[in-house]
Design a protein around this ligand. Structure first.
Ligand code: AMP
Length: 113
């Protein structure tokens, strides 16, 4: 996946501000934060979107959701936060590598759409 922005970030070919890393997961600050804390959590395996999750790769998703509470705690999000993944054209997914946004640090709007 040479053309994938997030694969290049994981490989260190494009700089990022790392928040967390393990064997399966990489997390970094969003370049255009939409909340005081805005972290992107991605699988180290290229999965295009939530629509590409299957029994073959869902271990990566499980590891992401194990990492999220650790990241949230480290970021001081004891009062709560939002986890979002945009999927495909109608979901306004702009980077076609599965990623979960962690948003927090203030009271977020109730509406998603
Ligand atoms: P989405 O629209 O759900 O696909 O989210 C993609 C996110 O990636 C957006 O919030 C962008 O601000 C973010 N983004 C794009 N390029 C970079 C980058 N080089 N480093 C960090 N975040 C990025």
């Amino acid at each position: 996946m040479n053309d994938c922005l997030f694969c290049k970030i994981i490989a260190g070919e494009i700089p990022s501000k790392k928040v967390y890393e393990d064997e399966y997961v990489y997390a970094f600050y969003d370049i255009a934060p939409m909340a005081p804390v805005h972290v992107l959590v991605v699988p180290k395996l290229h999965i295009a979107s939530a629509d590409g999750v299957s029994a073959d790769n869902s271990a990566y998703v499980a590891r992401i959701f194990e990492a999220i509470p650790k990241i949230a705690a480290a970021e001081g999000l004891a009062n709560g936060y939002r986890v979002i993944t945009n999927c495909g054209e109608d979901g306004c997914q702009s980077v076609r590598h599965l990623h979960f946004h962690i948003l927090g640090g203030r009271k977020l709007p109730e509406t998603l759409a």
